[in-house]
Design a protein around this ligand. Structure first.
Ligand code: NIG
Ligand code: FE
Length: 430
């Protein structure tokens, strides 16, 4: 794309999501700030002006801008996918077949499958090989309209392999024009060598991984899988408090398989609590009064073939700030598509298309602390834009199994047809 300003004109709808730099709650989630016959002026990676085509065309910079006609298109902020696990080497096809034959996610994990079966591949891979997998995933996500991605480690589960996973995320992000936020998930499960001594593994996370990651500035967040079969609430608190002590921010997987009390987790002010399938009513009230985002991941419920979904309606109507993300991972959610997440959020959690779009953009940005730069189309924000073939925004959640993507711009660069850059051409130090 040229270095001239870019002028997008005559969009059927521009979804600005304009508003305060804070998460949308309740009825605010239904207000997308729609401009019909909309236009956007971009320059030097930033948004300069937003409004009707008539108004934006009058701007001085519009005179010599490269114009892109967006008739028949809906223009919105690039999706913010605030929960992904892209550092793995292979799909888990045996687990998939076992589940089809009737085994549950937990039964497969107890028999040595699940997260533990992704460890070997990550430990054996080089940082360049892992970075290439991550970059492919980022490019696929972009091809579905995503411009900002949170990426977790979590399949290495020893000091060296977790650092390698985070270096791979860093290396891949340098070859991608979108924005990547890295998270240490050393506490994904207890690895096999600590099977009988989970506490000793928690010590490895706290005494080795977190200090090493903080010192090397390899991640902004520390995550923990606080769940039956993974880490107890006490162990999770130990890990999250250690993260805070090292200047890192926190988030947690919780209430995916079983109910848990959120009171102590909320005390560390996590940026988000994710899954929340079994969140208790009393905790919904506390969440509504906190800054913590509830990130719902319904593609995982879909892929696991579950009937139960997170209680999105109750959360939204209680005033909890809800975000949506893919949970891209080889075990429970092998999809890069936020468009699919919109569909399943509407059909299975009864979110309205407008609520789902707010959850996938501005509230996702809030879950990553990026609301000053991302998640809405307002002057001064990053020029991260997704353009879809549709007359009406509701079509984004209506059509499914197809990609209505037309063009994706990140920091003013067209990344729709990104070259397949190979990370092995790049060097990395571990
Ligand atoms: O968010 N729940 C923990 N982590 C992932 C699953 C990871 C896996 O099965 O590989 C999730 O669903
Ligand atoms: Fe996850």
């Amino acid at each position: 794309m040229s270095s001239r300003p870019i002028l997008l004109t005559h969009a059927s709808q521009v979804l600005t999501l304009c508003g305060p730099e804070s998460p949308r709650r309740g009825l605010q989630m239904g207000d997308l700030g729609i401009v019909p016959d909309g236009a956007l002026l971009l320059d030097e990676g930033k948004i300069i002006a937003v409004g009707t085509t008539d108004d934006v065309a009058k701007h001085d910079l519009s005179l010599h801008a490269e114009e892109i006609d967006c008739r028949g298109k809906v223009v919105l902020p690039g999706f913010v996918d605030s929960h992904t696990h892209p550092v793995f080497t292979a799909p888990r096809l045996v687990d998939f077949e076992k589940r089809i034959a009737g085994a549950s996610y937990e039964e497969i994990a107890e028999a040595g499958g699940g997260i533990r079966s992704s460890i070997r591949g990550v430990r054996a891979a080089s940082v360049e090989q892992l970075a290439e997998h991550v970059l492919k995933a980022l490019q696929e996500m972009a091809a579905y309209g995503t411009t900002t991605v949170e990426a977790k480690s979590g399949y290495g589960l020893d000091l060296e392999s977790e650092l390698k996973s985070l270096y791979a995320i860093q290396l891949a992000s340098e070859s991608w024009s979108g924005t990547v936020v890295a998270t240490l998930l050393g506490a994904h499960v207890v690895p096999p060598e600590y099977r009988d001594n989970a506490e000793a593994y928690v010590d490895v996370v706290c005494e080795q991984m977190i200090p090493a990651v903080a010192e090397r500035k390899l991640a902004n967040y520390v995550d923990v899988f606080c769940e039956r079969g993974a880490f107890t609430l006490e162990q999770s608190m130990q890990i999250l408090q250690c993260a805070v002590a090292h200047g890192l921010k926190t988030r947690a997987h919780v209430c995916q398989l079983a109910a848990a009390e959120l009171g102590s987790l909320l005390k560390v002010h996590p940026a988000s609590l994710d899954h929340m399938d079994f969140v208790a009513d009393t905790d919904i009230a506390s969440l509504a009064h906190s800054d913590t985002i509830a990130t719902l991941l319904p593609a995982a419920n879909y892929f696991l073939g579950l009937d139960h979904f997170p209680p999105a309606r109750k959360l939204i109507e209680s005033g909890v700030a809800v975000a949506l993300a893919t949970d891209y991972n080889p075990g429970t959610s092998p999809t890069p598509s936020m468009q699919f997440v919109l569909s399943v959020a509407c059909t299975h959690m009864k979110m309205s298309p407008a609520e789902a779009i707010a959850a996938a953009t501005i509230n996702g940005a809030c879950a990553l602390g990026l609301q000053a730069r991302k998640g809405s189309l307002e002057p001064g924000k990053d020029a991260d834009i997704a353009i879809f073939t549709a007359e009406d925004y509701r079509e984004l959640a209506y059509w499914f199994g197809v990609n209505r993507w037309e063009r994706v711009i990140a920091a003013g660069q067209d990344i729709s047809k990104a070259p397949d850059v190979s990370c092995s051409a790049l060097s990395a130090e571990v």
